[in-house]
Write a protein that binds this ligand. Structure first.
Ligand SMILES: *Cc1c(COP(=O)(O)O)cnc(C)c1O
Length: 414
């Protein structure tokens, strides 16, 4: 890009601190030991950027990666990541052979699914690395107790004919964010039973895995050989029952920033944005923030989303539109001096008084997971910190590269 920096062409940006990702991974590695850590990087690493985050998590000590979709697993391989990758969601008709060929571990929840994978292994010319998922109470994926023995037998047949390696047995917890909830003990018992049934049929697994972030952080009895944290890797809390990210020692890695597009003074009685759900009650200075629900700002943030601007904190005034929303600068310390071009932060690591993604979640009636995962591809991801970055990589103007902080005068660098 000749001349100007790439971010001059973008309305807002997502800044991801790779050192925070690595530090969170290291904390999880310590908490999980002796179990290994699979960093869950599905959904573009919860919106943070798949390959840079995967590398940072590995640099922090994670040894596995977990994704939901085949395309995500293949994107990791295409990005040169060769750590073990488990992909747990696919449907017949998709090109699972390509994933087998790329050495991606795949999950199956039924005998039929095992057979599809065995066929894919034949097509790929190498055995599939198979993880069997047991239903233990989540009521989502996984073979029920009735279907589990058949799934195990199918896996044993595939192992015998050289089309599968039995790598994992796993399940997923429904209520780990409610530490001590009786469903956790029930799920653990159901998992133990499934493992026993499999063993009685002659199956052994290199890794058994059950725990998500909440379980890793609260219950050593659920760790088994491998844990699958996602949200904690990004520095967010798995839920109020587990504690805030600050209490957990986690560092939120994502900040969403932009610059004011306009500042203007209006009279008392000015309705603001669609539906006029906000009306000024005195002569008021308003500012226009050029991000909207197409950028991932929840429409549910209308009237409630917290924003740092003009030296203080305020909330979205009126409705969030597709590309923009308005804030009322009344009472903010920097209101008098506020001008178009001023920096606005929607959320960040919380350390400097900015709201966190968890604050946004609370305001909008959702979870931090959704706040970060929904930030759209309209906003380029920019990386600070060096964890996992190739040693020779300079900060580049692509918006998708890893590298070092390039902020001007140590500011937030938009
Ligand atoms: C998303 C997901 C995880 C990670 O859950 P967190 O609550 O983000 O730690 C782990 N395992 C599976 C199967 C998942 O779908």
């Amino acid at each position: 890009m000749s001349g100007g920096r790439w971010h001059e062409h973008w309305t807002g940006q997502v800044v991801v601190d790779l050192d925070a990702i690595a530090a969170n991974a290291a904390l999880l590695v310590e908490r999980a030991a002796p179990a290994a850590v699979m960093a869950v990087v599905k959904a573009d690493a919860y919106g943070h950027g798949l390959v840079p985050v995967a590398r940072a998590a590995l640099a922090g000590g994670a040894t596995w990666l977990g994704v939901a979709q085949l395309a995500e697993a293949l994107a990791l391989r295409a990005g040169g990541v060769d750590a073990p990758v488990l992909c747990w969601l696919w449907a017949p008709g998709q090109d699972v052979a390509a994933a087998v060929a790329a050495g991606v571990d795949l999950s199956a929840s039924s005998a039929d699914a095992v057979e599809v994978l065995a066929d894919a292994a034949r097509a790929a010319g190498r055995p599939v690395r198979l993880h069997l998922e047991a239903e233990t109470g989540m009521g989502r994926g996984g073979a029920t107790a009735a279907g589990w023995p058949d799934a195990v037998r199918a896996a044993l047949r595939a192992r015998a004919d050289g089309t599968a390696e039995l790598v994992g047995a796993w399940s997923h917890l429904a209520r780990a964010d409610e530490p001590g909830h009786p469903s956790l003990a029930r799920q653990r018992e159901a998992f133990e039973r499934a493992l026993e049934v499999a063993e009685d049929l002659g199956a052994t697994f290199a890794v058994r895995h059950l725990a998500n972030s909440a379980a890793v952080l609260t219950d050593p009895g659920l760790r088994y050989d491998l844990v699958r944290p996602g949200i904690a890797l990004y520095g967010l809390s798995p839920g109020d029952g587990v504690g805030s990210s600050e209490q957990l020692g986690l560092r939120p890695a994502m900040s969403v920033r932009t610059r004011l597009a306009l500042v203007k003074d209006v009279e008392a009685g000015q309705g603001v944005s669609y539906g006029h759900t906000y009306t000024t009650d005195r002569p008021t200075r308003l500012a226009l923030v050029p991000l909207g629900y197409a950028d991932g700002v929840p429409r549910a943030a209308s009237g409630v989303g917290p924003v740092v601007v003009a030296g203080g904190r305020t909330t979205v005034a009126g409705r969030v539109c597709m590309d923009q929303f308005v804030v009322d600068l009344s009472g903010l310390p920097g209101a008098e001096r506020a001008a178009a071009g001023d920096l606005v932060e929607l959320f960040g690591d919380g350390a400097l008084g900015a709201p966190t993604a968890d604050d946004w979640a609370r305001a909008c009636g959702t979870i931090g997971y959704e706040v970060v995962a929904r930030v759209s591809a309209r906003l380029p991801r920019r990386y600070t910190g060096s964890a996992g970055a190739p040693a020779t990589d300079d900060d580049q103007d692509t918006g998708q590269t890893t590298g070092h902080e390039t902020s001007e005068q140590g500011g937030p660098g938009l």
